[in-house]
Design a protein around this ligand. Structure first.
Ligand SMILES: *Cc1c(COP(=O)(O)O)cnc(C)c1O
Ligand SMILES: [Zn+2]
Length: 438
């Protein structure tokens, strides 16, 4: 073992060119390809075991009380503990789907991994703790991201903790209220850009290159290292038994990419009994990855994105090729669902008592569709990812249940009622609402 050899390098997924972890690059300097953080698994192998990760569940202090840093050897082994920017992220519940929801989906063994239970309400915190720790290690003063909302909420929080100035570009008029409120409250400089998310991301990449600002979108490979722990944690929660399927929504495809890398590494390290298949679910109006998948990846598509699920309203996914690799590593598949299917699945997840934001419900809508199509068998073990918290997008909830959501039906509406302040009104209410007295 050579002590001066780095434990991890940045490696281009296209040409294999390597860069030092501290090089200020987000794409390959040689060919422009996406970069992986590549860990020296042979050197790490003797350190890593299921027992190590189980033992760390007893930790009450940072960094190992975090559901990301518990797996530090597979996330960022070289990060000095005192540099780690953490809010104890992860440690999210893996629910068994309540009966009514499971029956509606048609799944007998459905579990829900609720990443909306992270500190700022989405899985983005898992990536941000990795990215912000790297930003601090390289001495960044400011960080920039393009965001449909959750990345900005997360980055603003972690930047405040790290004492780094946060700068956020939003697509104008396309951000859910809960997310915008967080970003403002955490003290970021918030900028509406007159363009869609894809235009924002282009601008961010150019601005970071030109002005030397630290980039915190998911092309930053340190974010994906943190997001890998969703898979590590859910499999650990199942006592290291992998499910048949892991189903998740796909937007920019960072999470899809991280999941494939996690499973690939876990398999190499002997942490897996079998490799679960990944199913990526896109919204019909924002489904370039699905289109390419359908054509056997003959071409890389991009579209002008439309969907009510703003977190996956992305027309040109940055992590396209890493996500394609995930499909190869996991015999993965891609499906698309309509916005109506998304809002109905959301209403069912919400009414089950668990709740999630619209984009998250795409995974549940996808499981339902894939079971109906015979691709997933009803008795197979499925973990569907809920990516964000219910309160991120209250506007969609109120409109759906008031039946005022433009262009949608509300078959599962729970309408707000108004009555006069009299007992007679209460009596007729009880009759009409079929509320059982007593
Ligand atoms: C970011 C996000 C997604 C999309 O994840 P990608 O990694 O961009 O595919 C889905 N749901 C929610 C709630 C998100 O915040
Ligand atoms: Zn390259």
């Amino acid at each position: 073992m050579e002590p001066h050899m780095p434990l991890s390098v940045l490696r281009c997924i296209d040409c294999g060119h390597t860069h030092d972890l501290n090089d200020p690059v987000y794409v390959c300097a040689q060919c422009g390809g996406l970069l992986d953080v590549e860990h020296d698994l042979e050197r790490l192998r003797p350190l890593i075991s299921r027992e190590l990760f189980d033992d760390r569940l007893r930790h009450l202090e940072p960094p190992f009380n975090s559901g990301v840093w518990r797996y530090k050897e597979l996330v960022f082994p070289a990060a000095p503990d005192e540099m780690i920017v953490t809010r104890g992220e992860g440690n999210t519940n893996l629910y068994r789907a309540p009966k009514g929801l499971a029956a509606w989906v048609g799944a007998e063994r459905l579990q829900l991994k609720h990443e909306g239970e992270n500190p700022t309400g989405s899985f983005k915190d898992r990536g941000m703790t990795g990215g912000m720790t790297h930003a601090r290690m390289v001495g960044a003063n400011s960080a920039l991201c393009a965001s449909t909302g959750n990345t900005s909420a997360s980055m603003s929080s972690y930047a405040a903790l790290a004492g780094i100035q946060a700068l956020v570009f939003f697509p104008e008029g396309n951000i859910a209220m809960g997310k915008l409120a967080q970003s403002v409250a955490y003290g970021a400089v918030n900028v509406q850009v007159q363009g869609d998310f894809d235009a924002c991301l282009d601008l961010v990449r150019q601005a970071c290159r030109t002005f030397g600002i630290y980039l915190l979108n998911s092309v930053n490979p340190f974010r994906l290292e943190g997001q890998k722990t969703i898979v590590l944690e859910l499999i650990q929660q199942r006592r290291w038994r992998a499910p048949d399927w892991i189903v998740l929504p796909g937007g920019n495809l960072g999470n899809t990419s991280a999941f494939g890398k996690a499973l690939h590494e876990m398999q190499q390290l002997g942490l897996l009994d079998r490799i679960p298949r990944i199913a990526v679910i896109q919204a019909e109006g924002s489904a370039p990855f699905y289109q390419s998948y359908r054509e056997g990846f003959a071409a890389r598509h991009s579209v002008k994105a439309h969907t009510i699920a703003t977190a996956i309203k992305i027309g040109n996914p940055a992590s396209f090729y890493k996500a394609k690799r995930t499909l190869e590593w996991t015999k993965g598949i891609v499906e698309s669902v309509s916005d109506q299917e998304i809002v109905d699945a959301k209403a069912m997840v919400d009414a089950s008592g668990i709740g999630c934001e619209p984009a998250s419900a795409a995974s549940v809508a996808g499981v339902k569709k894939l079971i109906a199509a015979g691709v997933i068998q009803p008795q197979e073990e499925v973990v569907a990812l809920l990516t964000g918290h219910m309160l991120k997008d209250p506007g969609v909830i109120i409109d759906y249940h008031q039946e005022t959501l433009q262009g949608f039906n509300s078959p599962y509406a729970n309408r707000l009622r108004t009555i006069k302040p009299t007992l007679d009104s209460v009596e007729s209410l009880l009759r009409s609402a079929r509320v059982t007295a007593g």
